[in-house]
Design a protein around this ligand. Sequence first.
Ligand code: IVH
Length: 677
Amino acid sequence: MEKEAALKRIRELRDLIEYHNRQYYQLDAPEISDAEYDRILNELRDLERKWAGYVDISDSPTQRIGAPPLEKFNSVTHLTPMLSLSNAFSEEEIIEFDSRIKRLLGNNAETIDFVAEPKIDGVAINLIYEKGVLTVGATRGDGFVGEDVTRNLKTIRNVPLRMKEGRRPAPSRIEIRGEVYIRTEDFKRLNKRREERGEPLFANPRNAAAGSLRQLDSRITRRRPLDIYFYALGDSEGVSFATHWEFLQALHEWGFRTNEHIKQAPDANACVEYYRDIMERRLTLPYEIDGVVIKVNSLELQDRLGSISRSPRWALACKFPATQETTVVKKIEVSVGRTGALTPIAYLEPVRVGGVVVSRASLHNIDEIRKKDVRDGDTVIVQRAGDVIPEIVKVIESKRPHGAGEFEMPETCPVCGSRVVRLEGESAFRCIDIACPAQVKENIRHFASRGAMDIEGLGEKLTSALVDNNLIRDPADLYYLDKGDLVGMERMAEKSASNIMAAIENSKRPSLEKFIYALGIRHVGEHVARLLVKRCGTLDAMMAASEEELGNIEGIGPIIARSISQFFREPRNVEVIEKLRKAGVRPVEREPGKEPAKAESALQGKKFVFTGRLDTLKREQAKEIVESLGGEFTDSVTKKTDFVVAGEEAGSKLEKARSLGIPVLTEKEFLEMAGGG
Ligand code: IVH
């Protein structure tokens, strides 16, 4: 190949590889196989070798590809030790830090200015550049000697292989320090992929970054979404800075990525403000941070302050409350929610996480428990996700007590003892007993609600009070209440008690649709209730139908059929239905299989308007009758209105109907027309 063509091809291949890197690492959407990728890479490497005198390979993707696995890492002694930071946990400590510095410098008058930075929660690394070229990259190790992970670091795209020349030429030698980390989103994706492949999950982004960096095979590191921020100067030769801020500017010019939230802070108060501000925005950042770092800006002052027991006196790590902690699962217990779902809960040895004491964490469902394999007595890592709800991240298996068995879901409801069921396609085990004390409030509230039995005045509060006072234990008990029971309750006036008694009495003749809906069978909403009634006609027919028969009804799939059949097979539910019947609750039924007499109905296709106060019907009921017989229930009188039904004190609508010559019916006439009474 000619030189020109070769150089052109080299450029093409580099772009192509960068493109596929991006697809793979950043977008998680690889477009080519690993083999294909390696083929292009080899072609590039061959060309770069052949035309070595003519191309600069220092920033070529061939330099980032990793290499065959090592036996072990070599040790590297850092040119200057990598110190750690002293920690602070409160705003006061920032002010104390400032006073201490002033005292040490014998200078109480002048303000000290600082640089404030996010404390990235990753892995510290040290890079040595000689004459602008990366020669060694190492982990922190014990602070003096680290591991040589140069090949691995070279696979990270934001690690410059060669310093950019800017206003400042590259120094003869410089140590630059930074933090390798994994973005939160990338971390989740990485773990998801590992889960799919059945590989062990990383507990958090920091562990994932550390594990990825310490791979002996750098081709594995290459496939991990590592990134880096640079923030500190080690040894240097042939360059000097007056301030840390100036050093950060130089880093930027040389092509090193610095964090965009680093700020100059003119005094200690500004540092406190920064600490607050970043703590507040912590969760909106795309990577995890565990605090902020405050550094004296002047390098001369840094020098004068020096260090003590491995930490510089000129810097302070102001930590945020930890969001992850280790604790022990005392026991796993199952609780029953308002809707009957059984939720396993881990009761924990209380531990402070993110400033709050956590003593329990939901394990959600059996799938979640199996996935994490949490057992009684396990030592676990807990975190407050999004800093709110505590969750168990991971079990530390090495600390599992001897003989701890796998968790098993109970076969009966821990609250009422009924058999629990698991519906297809659901993770949750459920108790479907309508009278289960854990659910009874919610079940009765639903039973009495508008679209169901429509018992006016029986809201959440009253229901709850009735249950708490042991006056009702299931929905049927409502019909056995007497006024005396109600009047005896707190803040219940004679008049309201009468109203409620009347509302209960008036609810005894619901349509079968509403009655079925009121039972709160899982997956049976108003629509499914209508389908059931249309097909089965009567309650007995519905209760007797097999799962298969139910599943054959149009619009009802196997999951719904199963749920219905299970509901009617639960003896306690049948008991409650019998009890309702005994109390005189009789849903309005139809002949099985028969559609409402739509075609014969005089209401079919007619538009009705109701106005004024009716004697026996409620507006909702009137609407129900009209619609079930194929008519249309509308609000305003127009030329198209067919009938106006007028009760007492009917006003303008009645007048309008008369002026338009629209027939006006009494309630009684309407009921006759509807074929009932
Ligand atoms: S400066 C002597 N700046 O925190 C000062 N460290 O506990 C050297 N870290 O080992 C560190 N973000 O891993 C510095 N903006 C930042 C940092 C930072 C994270 C880590 C680093 C260090 C540890 C100290």
